[in-house]
Design a protein around this ligand. Structure first.
Ligand code: SAH
Ligand code: SF4
Length: 437
């Protein structure tokens, strides 16, 4: 999501006559996009702010701003304490960045903007395209904010309440991207399964899913091949959405479904309104309809009061869900959230150990499952030369498995080609173009 916001800001500045550079030393305007979800992210941003001081000393006219969660929550304080910082643009103020820069060019004065805006405020649909370059993949934000208030999470405080964009404007943006050669779109939001049902409590009425309706419209766009999305909240993933994911051919058969914990008492304290069984039922229903579907997840270890028994419940749910990928986070108290008032009582070593165990469990099971894929042929979206061995290319199946293969002559980034799997590891499938293709 932050990447999408950075891209919007860059596109808006380019439209205002500025040029993009990937090199910090060449920049006359430098904007640091920040995240507050975990303390470590904030610490990293503070470190980077310090490093920027040196750049500004070399180039005193440089304009230096911050955007994102930290700009929203601590922008005014940071402008006061950091002499070389010129502006802070809150999470809903990306469209104002070119104007902020213009104002600073005219009159050197520190500015903070932190108001909330409508979800369709200008700029949310701006994309930066490198001249002459074909981009096969793009992010599209479909909503702003989050109203779930999971007890550990800072997002609702820094990104404001859920506000869904107008469906027609999202579909137009996707059409524009498809016309520019984009093949794959990733739809973004903190709670995409609740798209179009802003601020309502789960579960949604049976058969109702404005997000499924949106997927259906995007699925009809000519030229687009793959649609992905992140993150859906399990409590909003109803039968209508399950059906849409299973039936719409362009919707990728890989779902990121954040679990957070497999223990019901912990889920309750986290204010995640589902049980482990209800969560698994979403997984079971999707697997029954699409046997090859893959899942990924987010899990927090060491939430206040998490016992060995709670942790083992998470292990069991993860074993049944059989994920392809899991982002395991060690609980980090965030000021202002409900759980920050509770004692952070799971020692760091235990958090680390639980983190390691979950990843090891997953990798072992995944290695075994991947082995069964040898000999099968998958359509792979070619992404370009592999990082490890540039003679090979890397791509993704629509289940988001990473595939490394010898590129056939004339293959271009964004092409979808068949690859026959010859050998596998937990993280990668290795294959070749089948004979006669
Ligand atoms: N809206 C998304 C999550 C956005 S934050 C969703 O609900 O799926 C990304 C992940 O960061 C969360 O899923 C959670 O696992 C993790 N996270 C959020 N707050 C955290 C905290 N205080 N400590 C540790 N991990 C946290
Ligand atoms: Fe945070 Fe929960 Fe909203 Fe995700 S759904 S952003 S974890 S409050």
């Amino acid at each position: 999501m932050n990447e999408r916001d950075s891209d919007s800001a860059a596109a808006l500045l380019i439209a205002a006559g500025h040029q993009f550079t990937a090199n910090e030393d060449d920049a006359d305007i430098f904007i640091l996009n920040t995240c507050s979800v975990r303390e470590q992210a904030e610490r990293k941003a503070i470190g980077k702010l310090g490093i920027m001081k040196r750049l500004k000393e070399k180039k005193p006219d440089m304009i230096f701003g911050i955007m994102g969660c930290m700009a929203q929550s601590r922008g005014e304080e940071l402008l006061q304490s950091i002499k070389h910082l010129d502006f802070a643009a809150g999470t809903d103020q990306i469209h104002m960045i070119p104007e902020l820069v213009e104002d600073i060019l005219k009159e050197r004065k520190k500015s903070y903007l932190g108001d909330r805006t409508s979800p369709d405020s200008p700029g949310i649909d701006s994309h930066r395209f490198e001249p002459g370059e074909k981009q096969y993949s793009a992010f599209v934000s479909i909503m702003r904010g989050c109203s779930r208030f999971c007890s550990y999470c800072i997002v609702p405080f820094v990104r404001g309440p859920e506000r869904s964009r107008d469906a027609a404007s999202i579909v137009n943006e996707c059409k524009m991207l498809a016309e520019r050669g984009v093949k794959e779109i990733m739809l973004l939001g903190q709670n995409v399964a609740a798209y179009g049902m802003d601020n309502t409590a789960p579960p949604p009425p049976p058969g109702v899913s404005p997000f499924a309706d949106l997927l259906t419209q995007i699925n009809d766009i000519e030229g687009l091949c793959r649609i992905r999305f992140t993150s859906p909240h399990p409590a909003f993933f109803n039968d209508r959405l399950i059906q849409a994911v299973a039936e719409l051919p362009k919707v990728c058969k890989c779902v990121h479904l954040p679990l957070q914990s497999g223990s019901d008492p912990v889920l309750k304290r986290m204010n995640r309104p589902y049980t482990a069984e209800q969560y698994l039922n979403v997984i079971r229903s999707l697997r029954a309809l699409v046997p090859d579907i893959t899942f990924s997840t987010d899990v927090i270890v060491g939430f206040p009061g998490e016992t060995e028994e709670d942790f083992n419940a998470t292990r069991r749910v993860m074993a049944e869900a059989a994920y392809d990928n899991a982002y395991i986070f060690k609980y980090s108290p965030r000021k202002g959230t409900k759980s920050a008032k509770w004692e952070d009582d799971v020692p760091q070593e235990i958090k680390e150990e639980r983190n390691r165990i979950l990843l090891e469990d997953m990798e072992q099971a995944l290695e075994k499952r991947n082995r069964a894929l040898s000999g099968r042929v998958f359509d792979v979206l070619a992404e370009g030369p592999s990082k490890r061995n540039p003679n090979r290319w890397q791509g993704r199946t629509d289940t988001f498995k990473n595939v490394v293969f010898l590129p056939p002559p004339g293959v271009k980034e964004g092409d979808i080609i068949p690859v026959k799997i010859a050998r596998t590891t937990a993280m990668t499938l290795y294959g070749e173009i089948p004979d006669g293709m």
